[in-house]
Every structure is written in C-alpha cells, then in structure tokens.
Write a protein that binds this ligand. Structure first.
Ligand SMILES: Nc1nc2c(ncn2[C@@H]2O[C@H](COP(=O)(O)OP(=O)(O)OP(=O)(O)O)[C@@H](O)[C@H]2O)c(=O)[nH]1
Ligand SMILES: [Mg+2]
Length: 321
C-alpha cells in the first residue's frame, strides 16, 4: 500500500479525526462480538452483519461484504478473530474497488478542474440543511487556493439568510457572489453568474439552489428551469450537478440520493457532516450502491474541512486504529 504515502499528512489527520466517532462505535461493537471467540464462525459473522447494518453501511452492501468474508472463511477453513479487522478491511476495499473508479485515483490532484470547460459550471442541489452553502464556500476556498478564478451564484432565493450566508462565504474566500436578493428568479441569478464568469474569464462558477420549496415537484421543476436558462448562455452547462447529502442522517441520505437521482440528473455526490456522527459507514454503502461517484466529503464546519473522496484512503482511515 505504498500509494497511501502520497496523501498529505494533514488530509489524513483530518479524515482520521472526522471518522473518530464512527470508528469508535464500529470497533467497540466488533470487539464485543468476538469476546471469548477464537475463530470467525457463523455466530461471529451474524454479529458482524448486524454491526455493519447498524453502522449505516446499508443492507445491500452489508450482504455483499458478508458474502465475501464467508467465502474467505470457507476457503481458509480456520480464520482467527484476531484477523477479522484485516479481513474486513481487505474485503471492503476489494468491493469498493470494483464499483465506479472515479474518486479512486490516489495520484490525482485534489480539486482539479477538467480541461476545456471554462468556466466549469457546478450546480449544487440537495434538501435543506444538508450543507450545500457551506460546501460551496469550502469548495470556493479550495479552488481559490489553487489559483482558480471563482464566481458564486446565490440561487437559493427562497430565504434572505441563504443569500447573506453565501455572500459571507464569498467575502471570506475573496470571490465575487452574483446575487439578486431574496424572492427573485433563481434561474436569472444562475444566468448572470455564468455570464459574469465568462466575461471575467473565471475558471469555475458554483450555483447555490434552494433545498426547500413547497413541493418536490416544484423543486425539480425549478432545477430544470435553472439548467435550461443557463444553457442559453453556455449550452453544455451545468458541467456538474453536485448532490449534497447529510451523512449524519444515515439511511435518510440513501433515500435522498435515490429520490434525487431519479428526479434530476446528478453527476457527483458530496457527503457532509461525517464528523461528530457514528453513521460514517453510509459513505461505504453509497459509494458501493450508486453509480454516481462520491466526489467530496465534509468532515467539519471549518473552511478546510472538505476533502476529495478517495475510497482506498477512506477504508485505510476507517480501519486505522
Ligand atoms: N459538523 C459539520 N457541519 C457541517 C458540515 N457541512 C455543513 N455543516 C453545517 O450544517 C449546517 C447547515 O449547512 P448549510 O450549508 O447552511 O446547509 P444548506 O444545505 O445550504 O441549507 P439550506 O440553505 O437551509 O437549504 C451549518 O450549520 C453548517 O455549518 C460538515 O461537514 N460538518
Ligand atoms: Mg443554503
């Protein structure tokens, strides 16, 4: 696993810290499951299955993991409980490496933007309170830090505070925010943001959207309209539709991912609030079950607490004691 040496020390430490509660909960349960047992038998496997499910890995992914461990136990005949951590780690890593490979390139530069799309248009969607605006602020900071020119669009015009919050982030990072204020047409904001970004030669424009409308149909219609209006200016926009999910809601994040991906075209996922929750296993399940790559994870409220997601790095941190 020499590749792990490439990850920056700070990134690793932040991730380790962000996953602390999930790990504490998982390993204390696992420890209890093997007390007084020397071999991994049916009972231990049943326990492991329950632990994975209660860690929000999700039933489907848990079943796959257990099946892999079972096959291994059958093959090796005797598997000591001392080896359980290592085996789980290997099987989870193996499983995740078989699913979508994006976000699984350890030598890829973090937060790079695809060439040939300037400005690269990111539209951020998700239900209210999941961390959309915060994620936009953190993303803007990362791009800005790498010398990219960033423009933000205050497309959540549903609440006055939402516009103010984005402007605050813009000021903090030092990037312009296009805003028409509250109760204005979000698609006009998106249009102006893309236009402004093009005029000033910006590299990336990130559009905030409302998570709360009167009905789900309204919300989806609005997202469709924002896209359509932006396309009048930049025909292939948005280049990325980033769905933000709150990891601390566990199974709810799965449900939101399912619903959103059915209703609108989502191209990338961000899973926030992994710090301070024991439900971090949700990332393993979502990363396994959805074809759409988990691109970013939020591990705290601070500006630097957003990371690009790398499956192997995640598993490594998860199983590091
Ligand atoms: N601990 C922690 N808190 C986070 C993270 N990401 C966002 N938050 C917090 O979650 C709360 C909601 O974040 P917002 O960014 O306002 O969420 P939103 O999706 O824009 O919400 P609406 O605008 O109401 O739809 C804020 O208090 C954030 O500080 C994270 O990774 N970790
Ligand atoms: Mg918001």
């Amino acid at each position: 696993m020499a590749l792990f040496g490439l990850f920056s020390k700070e990134k690793k430490e932040t991730l380790d810290k962000g996953l602390e509660r999930t790990k504490d909960s998982f390993f204390s349960k696992l420890g209890r499951a093997v007390v007084g047992k020397s071999t991994v038998d049916e009972d231990v496997l049943d326990e492991v299955e329950n632990i994975l499910i209660s860690s929000d890995v999700g039933v489907e992914t848990t079943v796959k993991i257990i099946r892999r461990v079972e096959e291994r136990v059958a093959r090796d005949k005797y598997v000591s409980t001392d080896e359980l951590d290592r085996i789980l780690r290997e099987e989870i890593a193996g499983l995740l490496s078989e699913t979508n490979t994006e976000g699984n390139q350890p030598d890829r530069d973090d937060f790079d933007l695809p060439a040939g799309k300037k400005p690269y248009v990111i539209m951020v969607v998700g239900v209210n309170g999941v961390g959309k605006t915060t994620t936009i602020g953190k993303l803007a900071a990362q791009f800005h830090k790498r010398g990219k020119k960033v423009v933000l669009g205050a497309g959540d015009t549903f609440r006055a505070a939402a516009v103010d919050q984005l402007i605050l982030w813009g000021n903090r990072v030092g990037v312009p925010v296009i805003s028409h204020g509250m109760n204005t047409d979000p698609s006009a904001v998106a249009f102006d943001a893309v236009k402004k970004a093009t005029e000033i030669g910006a590299d990336v424009v990130i559009i905030d959207t409302a998570g709360r409308l009167h009905t789900k149909v309204n919300l989806m219609n609005e997202l469709t309209k924002i896209k359509r209006v932006m396309q009048k200016f930049t025909p292939d926009a948005p280049h990325e539709v980033l769905l933000v999910l709150d990891g601390s809601t566990g199974q709810n994040a799965f449900i939101q991912a399912t619903e959103f991906t059915k209703a609108t075209e989502v191209t990338a996922l961000a899973i926030t609030k992994l710090d301070g929750t024991a439900k971090g296993g949700v990332v393993i399940g979502i990363s396994d079950q959805f074809k759409i790559p988990v691109k970013y994870i939020g591990v705290g409220e601070k500006i630097d607490d957003l990371q690009t997601f790398n499956k192997m790095e995640f598993v490594d941190s998860f199983f590091k004691k």
